[in-house]
Ligand binder design. Structure first.
Ligand SMILES: NC(=O)c1ccc[n+]([C@@H]2O[C@H](COP(=O)([O-])OP(=O)(O)OC[C@H]3O[C@@H](n4cnc5c(N)ncnc54)[C@H](OP(=O)(O)O)[C@@H]3O)[C@@H](O)[C@H]2O)c1
Length: 233
């Protein structure tokens, strides 16, 4: 297929596995890694739109027209801010961080990089989201800012898919739920996860790529799980 690929977040847990898997794939002609704080071909920061504009300009200058973009960034918690279990723990700072890293940042990537993708052939724009962003699937509550930011991301993915189908009917703009993957993001929350349900980043990367690259155009706008099933919003 000779894909030209961009991985946003190529040094994260899942992003690095995606980058390494695609780098050794015969169907890939070019791959570019974009990261936040570590070594990569380009650096960006979701708090700085100019850095994403600059990325797009640099790609235009080298005439890089990606056919696959995967946004593998995201945020759940850090050593100070744990996910909320009650509304009393909700704060502007925590919500702002979740929205910036889970919804606004990937939307800025779409704003600046979708226009670089070809208009006349199959294109794949996958964003790592999460099943906990499904409103109908929410039985446990909690994790207010993370859930809400992923639900907002899922809405943005649907909106983008409608907008882009008018420009390219062969576009797939897809949310991807990777399952529970053994990375920095999930480490503090793995205690109750059965070992067979905790995927290595390498396995998760292969599953995500299969789902994204086999997705029919009519499923654009969906949130797809690692096994290919559609998650109800
Ligand atoms: N792991 C799981 O079990 C799981 C489950 C469901 C959904 N997901 C989703 O999968 C995605 C990837 O998760 P992961 O487990 O691979 O997480 P991770 O290892 O923590 O990686 C997070 C990525 O986000 C990047 N990032 C952080 N701040 C940024 C900023 N200001 N600007 C741009 N990029 C920034 C990080 O870059 P730096 O390291 O350079 O800061 C890193 O590449 C997330 O969207 C997550 O919600 C994961």
């Amino acid at each position: 297929m000779n894909h030209k690929i961009i991985i946003i977040g190529s040094t994260g847990g899942i992003g690095q596995a995606l980058f390494e898997t695609m780098s050794s794939d015969n169907d890939v002609s070019d791959i570019i890694g974009v990261a936040h704080s570590k070594n990569a071909d380009f650096l960006i920061d979701y708090y700085d739109e100019q850095s994403i504009f600059n990325l797009a300009q640099s790609l235009r200058e080298i005439e890089f027209k990606p056919t696959v973009i995967i946004v593998a960034t995201g945020y759940l918690s850090d050593s100070i801010n744990r996910p909320e279990t009650q509304i009393s723990q909700f704060s502007q700072e925590r919500a702002h961080e979740n929205y910036t890293l889970n919804m606004i940042g990937p939307s800025l990537i779409a704003k600046h990089l979708l226009p670089l993708m070809p208009r006349n052939k199959d294109i794949y724009f996958g964003i790592l989201s999460a099943k906990v962003g499904s409103i109908s699937d929410n039985k446990l509550g909690g994790w207010h800012s993370y859930r809400a930011s992923k639900a907002a991301l899922n809405m943005m993915i649907k909106n983008l898919s409608i907008e882009w189908k008018r420009k390219n009917p062969l576009s797939r703009i897809i949310g991807l739920h990777p399952g529970t993957v053994d990375t920095k993001l999930s480490k503090p929350f793995q205690r109750n996860v059965r070992p067979e349900k905790l995927f290595t980043p390498e396995r998760a990367a292969k599953q995500i790529l299969d789902v994204l690259l086999q997705c029919p155009a009519e499923h654009s706008g969906s949130l797809l799980s690692w096994d290919g099933s559609i998650i109800t919003p």
